[in-house]
Design a protein around this ligand. Structure first.
Ligand SMILES: Cc1ncc(COP(=O)(O)O)c(C=O)c1O
Length: 431
């Protein structure tokens, strides 16, 4: 009997699976249901806000056409869903036509399909550093090189993107697309500045690449000026062509319906259609009809407003608590919307190693490492504020600050100890 139960099918698994690892956020999910835990880890919208009664009503309407709800549908989505998507995109100033919209099983499937359509093994993708871990996971199946582009408070730095593209070209690496989450970035919480959106578009044109604009949080703005999407800037330029835009109902309605969409030019959508046929034939009719029933008849804009009010209050609670409790060596981002704050600890601290200690004290977060492919982000953490009430957020941050302080003290004790040991060694050798 082997001592370790090795996976006996290892010799049969495809090479692509060997390089794939589970997203830290997904792994944390099981732990988060533990009673008493204050979870600042998940990326959960607060679906409790929607309400049972409203859900019962739309379900009732869908039940009236149960035969269609229970049936297979077209691969690209039902006409009614596309009509709703066009309306939602208009709220982001994108003039979409129903034929340029393709319904997916969440934006997550959009990421996978774009990877499937564009990436051969060894191709490269430019991503923000850090980037959405679910995107890294989706792309990993196609074995690309991920090139992280540094960010600052105004998002991805275009000069650095340009440099990375020149370098890649020199090496003979084929970069296929730039992946960006422009608004209230997951996990960094920052927003790509308007002039940088234009610059990225210009760079993509110069290097003849696609831009994959993933915008789940754009409508969850608490304050500040609304910025144009990259897709709308491209439309303004009169040459809509290279921006592939991903949208989702997860954050403006509910992730449980698992519905998102891709907006792109017809050639790309045709390939995506073929990719989706092999993945799941079509997204759920039942979910699409729930969406139609709600978005067609209810005031969805007011619901989004209600969500932003709720999340703003929680964002404020988190920022206030960070300011009150964190040691001065810790810094964090100030998101103007979305769900996340990104905190940076002193470089010698390891947020992954610290997590068990935090969980023992009933607080969870996502360590930063999972948002990079190259081991960076060890001293960072993603903090979610959308799901937990303000009082608990405050308590959670207070505990987290205690844990960080303990680690910092431990480090200075160790340093002091090693300085003393060195000094006594020197004294002993001098004697
Ligand atoms: C940046 C980003 N893209 C895509 C997704 C996936 O969203 P969906 O629920 O639509 O699959 C998420 C989910 O949190 C996300 O944060």
């Amino acid at each position: 009997m082997p001592l370790v139960d090795l996976d006996r099918f290892d010799f049969l698994y495809a090479n692509r699976v060997k390089g794939m690892k589970s997203a830290a956020t997904r792994d944390l999910m099981a732990m988060l249901s533990r009673p008493g835990i204050i979870s600042l880890a998940g990326g959960f919208p607060d679906t409790r806000a929607f309400g049972e009664e409203a859900f019962r009503e739309i379900s009732h309407q869908v039940a009236a056409d149960s035969a269609q709800a229970l049936q297979y549908g077209p691969t690209g989505g039902l006409e009614g869903t596309k009509e709703i998507i066009v309306d939602v995109m208009e709220a982001e100033d994108i003039r979409a036509r129903e034929e340029d919209v393709f319904v997916t099983t969440g934006a997550q499937q959009g990421l996978d399909l774009v990877g499937k359509v564009f990436l051969d093994e060894g191709d490269a993708v430019l991503c923000e550093g850090p980037t959405y871990a679910g995107a890294l996971n989706a792309f990993a199946a196609y074995r690309p090189n991920i090139i992280h582009v540094p960010m600052d408070r105004a998002g991805m730095i275009p000069v650095a993107a340009c440099e990375a593209l020149k370098e890649a070209r020199k090496r003979g690496t084929h970069v296929k697309f730039i992946y960006t989450v422009p608004n209230f970035h997951n996990p960094a919480g920052v927003t790509l500045a308007a002039e940088r959106r234009r610059e990225l578009l210009e760079i993509a044109g110069r290097f003849d690449l696609v831009i994959l604009e993933d915008n789940p949080y754009g409508m969850l703005r608490f304050e500040g000026e609304r910025l144009p999407t990259i897709a709308s800037l491209e439309q303004e330029s009169g040459e809509p062509d290279r921006v592939v835009y991903l949208g989702t109902f997860s954050k403006i309605f509910a992730p449980g319906v698992r519905l998102g969409w891709v907006h792109a030019q017809p050639g790309i959508l045709h390939k995506i259609n073929i990719g989706k046929q092999g993945a799941d034939l079509c997204s759920s009719n039942l979910s699409q009809m729930l969406i139609y029933s709600y978005f067609k008849h209810a005031d969805w804009r007011s619901y989004v407003k209600c969500l932003t009010t709720l999340y703003k209050e929680r964002r404020d609670a988190m920022l206030d608590a960070l300011l009150e409790f964190m040691p001065k060596e810790v810094s964090w981002t100030h998101p103007e919307g979305g769900l996340f704050v990104w905190a940076t600890l002193p470089s010698y601290l390891d947020a992954t190693a610290m997590l068990p200690q935090a969980v023992k004290k009933n607080v969870a977060y996502v360590p930063g490492e999972g948002f990079y492919i190259d081991g960076a982000g060890k001293n960072c953490m993603r903090l979610n504020f959308s799901f937990v009430e303000p009082g608990k957020i405050r308590r959670g941050i207070e505990i987290l600050a205690e844990v960080i302080r303990e680690r910092m003290e431990l480090r200075s004790d160790l340093e002091r100890g090693s300085r003393l040991a060195t000094r006594s060694m020197v004294r002993n050798t001098e004697r």
